[in-house]
Ligand binder design. Structure first.
Ligand SMILES: CC(C)(COP(=O)(O)OP(=O)(O)OC[C@H]1O[C@@H](n2cnc3c(N)ncnc32)[C@H](O)[C@@H]1OP(=O)(O)O)[C@@H](O)C(=O)NCCC(=O)NCCS
Length: 178
């Protein structure tokens, strides 16, 4: 089990894992090849900024956010094989944390169905496997208004100005614990 979702290796993509769908949504690890579809899905939100153009370089370990370490991972959510959400994060030494959530987005028609929460849990599981407990995420004044209540709903709390964090994301991202 993987935070409540069955994990089964794909037959055609060695190294990737596909999680069984929940309410018609499937989740799997992202690759650089998924970045164009991830960027396209962000266009579904006219109120939000476009996807970070450095996203492919981030996955390829050519773009490094401040104090980022090389280990990093992303997950995508798919509906009918279309990317409708994504998350990514990396190991870091920023703000005394061992991990940072770098990207998180769910397309508007699919919001408030638990997909953002499921993506955070997948990333939390990866951080757990990396023995990274303290994890930060930027929530700035210009972040979408839903960012703060969302991160609070998955157990994060204010870390410092413009930042939220989990003391132990492995505990706080566990659905039994919040
Ligand atoms: C933030 C975001 C990822 C949430 O995705 P989501 O799939 O809608 O999240 P969930 O359905 O798992 O929501 C879990 C909880 O978060 C809180 N929440 C989510 N959206 C909210 C909103 N617009 N207003 C208030 N609370 C909200 C609620 O407590 C919600 O639980 P509920 O639906 O049972 O009330 C999505 O709204 C998004 O992509 N926003 C634009 C990009 C962004 O803000 N990214 C994060 C900062 S980088």
């Amino acid at each position: 089990m993987f935070f409540g979702y069955e994990v089964s290796p794909t037959t055609h993509c060695p190294g990737l894992q596909t999680m069984t769908s929940i309410a018609g949504i499937e989740f799997r690890e992202a690759t650089t090849d998924d970045v164009p579809a991830m960027a396209r899905c962000r266009l579904a939100d006219p109120t939000d900024s476009v996807a970070d153009p450095r996203m492919a370089a981030y996955f390829d370990r050519r773009h490094h956010p401040q104090q980022a370490l090389l280990p990093r991972v992303g997950y995508i959510a798919l509906a009918n094989d279309n990317v409708i959400g994504y998350i990514a994060g990396h190991r870091t030494t920023r703000h005394g944390c061992a991990g940072e959530v770098q990207y998180l987005f769910v397309a508007p028609p699919h919001r408030r169905q638990g997909i953002g929460t499921a993506l955070v849990r997948l990333l939390a599981k990866w951080f757990q496997a990396q023995a990274a407990q303290r994890v930060c995420v930027a929530v700035a004044d210009d972040s979408p208004v839903e960012a703060q209540p969302f991160f609070e709903s998955v157990g994060a709390s204010p870390l410092k100005r413009n930042w939220y964090g989990w003391e132990d994301i492995g505990v706080n991202a566990n659905p039994r614990d919040y």
